[in-house]
Each structure stands twice: as structure tokens, then as C-alpha cells.
Design a protein. Structure first.
Length: 273
């Protein structure tokens, strides 16, 4: 009897990520919001796929992440989960689904897991949302924390500038990182903070720390897939490396198609029945 497991890639779990940190292997994480992209990202060997609430920026054209609803997130996360075999699928809890009311938070996290098939949730904040983190963890749901620039708080911050440059904010961030580790979060995202602080945090806690605009001294990196593939060349923060120029590739292809249609070169005799 064949077990047929020879070519099957090993599923990434929260335990895999912990082992990777312990062994010094960097963790590659990228966003995806739909089935087709998830298949490509997963097939390439990504460790974590994040169904970020940045979906509402890049998919729906909203200026901030605040408008994203739980139903919209469930839809995107379900599409991604369907297209993923190996990577750990983490979905963002949208703004307003976990702040303030810890009972509502666990109810919303359960819905997100149950209705989408994602394997963990990510939530933004530290001590202020401690009770929600505890409740969600107590339901057996793995939680990835997110500190530093937390885009759902853009109106409190007054913009998307670098966070924790001042001593007091840096100290609070380090304390929050230790708190989320102690509570049992399986990983932490640090966004747009000084590289030296991010490295200090990664060395101070045992759970994997994934950075975006947080330098190289952390345990892994995350980017927004549409940004790193160059689909929106208007967005060029310092931390972003462009791995492709899909804006040019797609626009050139579209011009080519329009020209072929208008000149009657498409479809050719071999492209019809
Ligand atoms: O929503 C998102 O894409 C994120 C990443 C930028 C970390 O939270």
C-alpha cells in the first residue's frame, strides 16, 4: 500500500515557527487575499501567508484599514485557505472586532476561524487589549500579536510615521512584547520601528518576531504582496524592496491586447472554433 506522502510538503505550524527561531532559520511571510495568489505564494514555499486587513487598501481602494468588516475578512481568508496547502494561514482581526469587549473578541475570532479555515489570527496592540488576547487564546486559537506602527490606530498616531523612536514608547513596546509572549501568543509582528529596538525585542523573547520596516535583526520578514510585486508603484516606502515590476508588465500586456483586438489580429484562426 502506498502512503503517497513522499512529495507532500510538510505543513507549517506554530511549532515549526518556534523551531525555526531556535535554529536561526529566517521566516518568510507574505500577504495574499485571493485563491490564485495564495496558490502562487504557497507553491513558492512561503512559511506564513497573512490575510492582512491591508486587503481593504489594495483590493477595495480604501485609504485606511478601518473600513474592513469581519464578513469581508472571512471571505478573503476563505479564498486564501482554499489555495494553501503548506503555509500557516493567519488572518487579521478587523478594526472593532476585538478592542473593548473581550467576549465579543473571542466570538469574532471563533467565527473567523470556523467560517474561513484560517489557522491563526493577528491582532494589533499590547496591554490595552490584554483581556481579548487572553480570551482568544483560551479558546484554543493561536494569536499573532502586532506592535509598533499598528495601522488600525492611524487616527490616534496622526499618520504612518516610524513608532517607538522615543524612550518611553520603546519601553512600553518592549514591555508589551514580553507580555504577549507570557500570555502565549505564538509570534509577534513589529512594524516600522528602529532596527536596533526590533533586534533587542527579538533577542529578549522566545517567540518568533517578524518585521516589516523593522530591520534585519528579527526572526523573519513580511511584506504586502501587491507592493513587493510592484503593482502599485505609487507606494514606495524605504523598507519596501521591489521584486518585480508587474505594473509595467500588466499595463504593457493590456495595451497589447487592446491593439490586437482593434487591429483584428486577435483572435487568429487557431484561436477560434
Ligand atoms: O494588513 C497587513 O498587511 C499587515 C502587514 C503589513 C503586517 O498587517
Amino acid at each position: 500500500m502506498s502512503t503517497n506522502t513522499v512529495d507532500k510538503p510538510r505543513k507549517v505550524t506554530t511549532a515549526t515557527l518556534r523551531k525555526m527561531k531556535n535554529e536561526g532559520e529566517k521566516i518568510a511571510m507574505l500577504t495574499a487575499y485571493d485563491y490564485s495568489m495564495a496558490r502562487l505564494v504557497d507553491g513558492a514555499g512561503m512559511d506564513i501567508i497573512l490575510v492582512g486587513d491591508s486587503a481593504t487598501n489594495v483590493m477595495a481602494g480604501n485609504a485606511t484599514t478601518l473600513p474592513m468588516t469581519l464578513d469581508e475578512m472571512i471571505y478573503h481568508a476563505r479564498c486564501v485557505a482554499r489555495g494553501t496547502e503548506r503555509a500557516l494561514v493567519v488572518a487579521d482581526m478587523p478594526f472593532g472586532t476585538y478592542q473593548g469587549d473581550a467576549i465579543a473578541a473571542v466570538h469574532n475570532a471563533v467565527r473567523l476561524m470556523k467560517e474561513s479555515g484560517c489557522e491563526a489570527v493577528k491582532i494589533e496592540g499590547g496591554a490595552e487589549i490584554r483581556e481579548s488576547i487572553e480570551r482568544i487564546l483560551s479558546a484554543g486559537i493561536p494569536v499573532m500579536a502586532h506592535l509598533g506602527l499598528t495601522p488600525q490606530s492611524v487616527n490616534k498616531f496622526g499618520g504612518y510615521g516610524i513608532r517607538a523612536k522615543e524612550e518611553a514608547e520603546a519601553e512600553k513596546l518592549l514591555a508589551d512584547a514580553k507580555m504577549v509572549e507570557e500570555l502565549g501568543c505564538f509570534a509577534l509582528v513589529l512594524e516600522k520601528i528602529p532596527a536596533a529596538l526590533a533586534e533587542k525585542v527579538a533577542k529578549s523573547i522566545s517567540i518568533p518576531v517578524i518585521g516589516i520596516g523593522a530591520g534585519s535583526g528579527v526572526d523573519g520578514q513580511v511584506l504586502v504582496v501587491n507592493d513587493m510585486l510592484g503593482m502599485n508603484q505609487g507606494f514606495r516606502p524605504k523598507f519596501l524592496r521591489l521584486y518585480a515590476d508587474l505594473q509595467t508588465v500588466i499595463t504593457d500586456s493590456l495595451h497589447h491586447y487592446i491593439s490586437d483586438v482593434k487591429s483584428l489580429s486577435f483572435p487568429s484562426p487557431t484561436e477560434q472554433y
